[in-house]
Design a protein around this ligand. Structure first.
Ligand code: SF4
Ligand code: SF4
Length: 116
């Protein structure tokens, strides 16, 4: 049987499962591009959090579309570092255990996790 493979644009579970916190220096400021300040809230000290990612039903304010069907990030080129670092190899079919934790919260089937 062939292992299930999905692209992140058919999934999006991680954008609607985990808290996304990042250093405030990643916010747009002056002429420097970055996360739009209106999409983030102050968390603690120098840490910001993407709006919507700390709710009881988590969903990042920048996520568009339907999880498990078709999604996109409205600030993709400007997304904060946790988003850039998470599931970096998912595009080539190498998933993280955390992908499946996120997917399970949405009733989505697990993906084959690469054993490192
Ligand atoms: S990184 Fe993992 S959980 Fe996130 S969209 Fe891609 S496959 Fe889904
Ligand atoms: S900023 Fe974009 S990539 Fe990061 S959690 Fe939100 S929707 Fe997902």
């Amino acid at each position: 049987m062939q292992a299930l493979r999905v692209s992140c644009t058919e999934c999006g579970a991680c954008c609607a499962a985990f808290r996304v916190s990042f250093h405030k220096s990643e916010l747009a400021h002056g002429d420097v591009p970055g996360v739009p300040p209106a999409m983030a809230v102050h968390e603690v000290a120098n840490t910001m959090r993407m709006c919507g990612t700390d709710e009881s039903v988590s969903r990042c304010v920048a996520l568009e579309g339907e999880v498990g069907k078709q999604v996109s990030c409205s600030i993709y080129p400007l997304r904060p570092s946790p988003c850039r670092e998470f599931g970096q190899l998912a595009a080539v079919g190498i998933y993280e255990e955390a992908c499946n934790r996120a997917r399970s919260r949405h009733g989505l089937p697990p993906l084959p996790v690469e054993q490192w």
